[in-house]
Design a protein around this ligand. Sequence first.
Ligand SMILES: [Zn+2]
Length: 275
Amino acid sequence: MKVWISVDMEGIAGVAHPRPTERADQGYPAAAALMVAEANAAVEGALAAGADEVVVNDSHGSMFNLDPASLHEAARLITGQKAWSMVEGAGPGSGVDVALCVGYHARAGHPTGTIAHTYSYGPVETRLGGRPVGEAGINAMALGAWSVPIGMVTGDDALAEEVAAWLPSAERVVVKHGIGRHAASALHPARARALVRDGAERAVRAAAAGRLAPLVLAAPIVLETDWSNAAQADLAAIVPLATRVGDRTVRIETDDPLLAYRAFLAGIRLASLAA
Ligand SMILES: [Zn+2]
């Protein structure tokens, strides 16, 4: 059983404001330490369930946050500037059986989700098939194209609700309650890690028993983004498959989930030039 773990920072217990998630902030080293400890809890749970290979994909910001020497020694670490971003390492030939998402957060536009956003602070809202969606759902779309199910998602209560709608078979681990976009009430990190560890173990056991299903979307796939400003929408709309359909709204439409993901990611990266 090969387990792949994508680790973001905004959904980690104890992180509630965007500032410490940024490298230049004084609080960043403490936030990065909380991040690696929660990642390790997921690795431990995966190993307890019989995983014989564990890969951790650093999925936050510039994607080199996890201190390699602090990561559980049973895990390989994918770190650095990766073309496939949050889903790097789970594609064809990887042999990944199940994905776990740790430290994730609610979609852009959620009223109370902690540091709610989707891939960058550019999108105001993202919708898949007309329904609001966040990173967990968008990543599940790409992973689903590779037949990889998501077994667990950890973060706040707003994220858990979002995941229930998109990934009903995934374990939902709640380590904090969103009070508002920049405030949360969190468990102590030790308690959070215990929940993440147990959730990961249950998820990998469910995967081994064949009880998880990858996300499969009916064609055509329609992925829409309302951008913060029209310049961002201009740049995102230049991507192949993208169409400008509103003042700040860009629609990607295709039958291929991987093309939808690639077009979305290209739009995020282009639009960052107009942030
Ligand atoms: Zn994120």
